[in-house]
Design a protein around this ligand. Structure first.
Ligand code: HEC
Length: 183
């Protein structure tokens, strides 16, 4: 009996941590455990390089699960159920107007506080209207993030990914060294 309960619990936990999970009305549940997935890159568009007005002045830390990364590397497309997390991190405390700071290793940018999260999920049936991917925003602010997110409109998110990244499964692989060369 105890064993059965243990199996049930671990099954439930892996469902939440191991793939997309939705509420009854189709909202995506905040992924958990993603900071221990494979970290594939961190594009940075700081205010200091965008006239102080970057739409996303933070680091964009991007994570995908190992098993899904492996399929992309082999085939050039992600399997159904792939979740990609982009977590925003503020630039660490700065000493210069461009947001940079001095450190023992030189002047530059370091990562500060967590500040928001965007997620894409591959499901060709559920998201057929947006080339097989669903787009979700869990907030653009400090922790905690929203516990669930509604599907974003095509115009808000997917249209730009479709226009710029259609050949690479709607994912901007040029920013991620382990994907772009498929090595
Ligand atoms: C104007 C174009 C544009 C719009 C609109 C846009 N994105 Fe992106 N997105 C990008 C670019 C470019 C990257 C990669 C570089 C970066 O992060 O700066 C990216 C990266 C991502 C990533 C990391 C995986 C990948 O595809 O590289 C996720 C997840 C993501 N976007 C989700 C969203 C969500 C959710 C929305 C809507 C709330 C959205 N995006 C709206 C251009 C866009």
């Amino acid at each position: 009996m105890l064993l059965a309960v243990g199996m049930f619990q671990s099954g439930w936990q892996s469902a939440a941590a191991d793939g997309p999970s939705y509420t009854a009305d189709g909202r995506l549940v905040l992924p958990v455990g993603y900071r221990k997935w494979v970290f594939i890159g961190a594009p940075l568009t700081p205010n200091g390089l965008n006239n102080g007005k970057a739409g996303f002045p933070e680091f964009h830390n991007v994570y995908v699960q190992d098993k899904n990364l492996t399929v992309y590397q082999k085939t050039g497309s992600f399997p159904e159920g792939t979740v990609i997390v982009k977590e925003l991190l503020l630039i660490a405390k700065s000493t210069y107007p461009d947001g940079s700071a001095d450190s023992a290793s030189g002047r530059g940018y370091g990562e500060g506080a967590f500040n928001g999260m965007d997620v894409t999920v591959k499901d060709s049936k559920r998201f057929a209207d947006t080339n097989g991917w669903g787009f979700f925003n869990f907030g653009h602010h400090a922790l905690p993030y929203e516990p669930t997110a509604k599907l974003a409109s095509k115009q808000e998110c997917a249209s730009c990914h479709i226009a710029g990244a259609a050949k690479t499964d709607l994912t901007w692989v040029e920013f991620y060294p382990v994907l772009r060369g498929r090595n």
